[in-house]
Design a protein around this ligand. Structure first.
Ligand SMILES: NC(=O)c1ccc[n+]([C@@H]2O[C@H](COP(=O)([O-])OP(=O)(O)OC[C@H]3O[C@@H](n4cnc5c(N)ncnc54)[C@H](O)[C@@H]3O)[C@@H](O)[C@H]2O)c1
Length: 415
């Protein structure tokens, strides 16, 4: 962010002295007929998906989008004909006819957009990961606590039926003491074509992109269309697959087991699949230590997708297995769903269970909370906790050492 370290400390100091938790006030004035008026900051791939989701909901309209790239104006207008389009997000936030803002900008600008949206008095849906850094996560958490605005994070698995099933089974005492969780996420691409790499459109030129707004205080340099389009591949703008995908799964695990922050993280891996100039690793093994005798591992590869995505919560009395597109060893079919298997040694009469709870619509939940001022399914706290876990893992990888809570505190203090 462009803020100086001193500004950041001042911000944190203010946050620490503020005891007021003002979230969920009783009611607010919405547009005529209870319409919710939306603005979108960052109308790229994800922003356009969010736009389609939100305008499909009853009594919701999008009145403006802000994106630094002119191409996105036309793309947004294919979804919302005639929508107003600006380059600078502050012009969107100036508008009095916007109740809530969706943020789907690249990771390194989330905190700027998060803080400015709350300062403008708008409700906020901010894409995951909540922030690019630990210090920004602290700032954003503090700002959300001081604010009366609804804040939700784009961790849509928080609205999944599988999470509700897992929480219920754990509450029912079926799983016993959980000492280990294993999670994984895997993808593959054709040889020579690295995961995430996007081609640069011909109109992606310095004339059509407000490059300074994209850099958002990072050192000035000539326009780099490849980095602009492929920001995910570079540490300056991204946290790699840990912030792109692990964050969903660690948030799911933390919520299922009601976990605090990890005490430490280890992470190994590297750029092994395609050596295409990217900085962030494509092959990753993370281990987290949590208080109360728990280890959580997360493995990820971009060179093999046989096992899809999943989590296994291993308890003394049973196992909860959550699968998304995992290839079954016997049938060869892709498996998805959530299941419980008893440990015969401690639950001889236990039976296997299959989760049946339907998913809830994450975006509809946000809009509902804008109207009712209820707590959203993915509140700022889970955005914060999952962001800190992700940054702890990346810290371990980049510093080639075990990263601890003390290092988080130092990073929060020094920005
Ligand atoms: N929840 C999910 O499942 C999910 C899925 C995909 C992406 N995401 C998240 O959504 C975010 C965006 O990802 P993406 O794939 O859409 O990226 P993208 O590059 O396709 O889109 C980002 C957009 O932001 C614009 N932008 C850049 N700087 C800006 C600024 N200062 N102000 C306004 N707009 C700016 C870019 O021009 C671009 O159109 C990321 O944080 C990503 O992690 C979430």
């Amino acid at each position: 962010m462009a803020d100086s370290a001193m500004d950041r400390r001042k911000f944190l100091g203010l946050a620490a002295s503020s005891a007021a938790w003002l979230a969920y006030p009783p009611a607010r004035v919405l547009g005529a007929n209870d319409r919710v008026r939306i603005g979108l900051i960052g109308a790229g791939a994800r922003g356009q998906e969010l736009l389609k989701q939100v305008v499909a909901l009853p009594k919701v309209e999008c009145v403006a989008v802000a994106d630094v790239y002119t191409r996105r104006d036309d793309e947004a207008r294919q979804i919302v004909p005639g929508v107003s389009a600006v380059r600078d997000h502050r012009r969107l936030l100036d508008r009095k006819d916007i109740d809530a803002v969706l943020v789907a900008s690249p990771l390194h600008i989330h905190a700027r957009h998060f803080l400015d949206t709350l300062a403008a008095g708008k409700d906020l849906y901010c894409e995951k990961t909540m922030t690019w850094s630990i210090a920004e996560a602290e700032e954003c958490l503090a700002a959300a606590k001081r604010s009366s605005q609804i804040v939700t994070i784009g961790l849509q698995h928080q609205s999944s039926g599988a999470l509700a099933d897992a929480k219920q089974w754990i509450k029912d005492g079926t799983i016993g003491k959980v000492t280990q969780v294993e999670a994984w996420m895997s993808r593959n691409t054709p040889h020579g074509q690295g995961q995430w790499v996007r081609s640069v459109p011909p109109d992606c030129t310095a004339a059509n992109v407000s490059w300074d707004l994209f850099l958002n205080g990072r050192s000035a340099r000539p326009f780099d269309p490849y980095a602009f389009i492929n920001w995910r591949l570079f540490w300056e703008f991204s946290g790699g697959n840990v912030t792109e995908n692990m964050v969903h799964q660690i948030a799911w695990i933390m919520r299922a087991l009601d976990l605090p922050l990890p005490t430490a993280a280890y992470m190994s891996g590297g750029v092994f699949s395609e050596k295409d100039g990217r900085e962030v690793p494509d092959t990753i093994a993370v281990t987290f230590d949590f208080p109360n005798d728990l280890v959580v591992t997360w493995h990820s590869t971009f060179s093999n997708k046989h096992y899809g995505i999943g989590e296994r919560l291993l308890g003394s009395d049973g196992t909860i297995e959550h699968l998304m597109g995992t290839t079954d060893m016997v049938t060869g079919k892709a498996e998805s769903g959530i299941y419980y298997y008893p440990e015969q040694v401690n639950r001889p009469d236990g039976a296997m269970l299959k989760g049946e709870t339907p998913d809830r619509n994450h975006m509809a939940n946000f809009i509902d909370c804008v109207r009712t001022r209820k707590q959203p399914n993915a509140p700022v706290e889970i955005g914060y906790r999952s962001a800190i876990a992700a940054h702890l893992a990346n810290m371990a990888y980049r510093q080639k050492q075990r990263a601890t809570q003390e290092m988080v505190k130092a990073a929060a203090a020094h920005g």
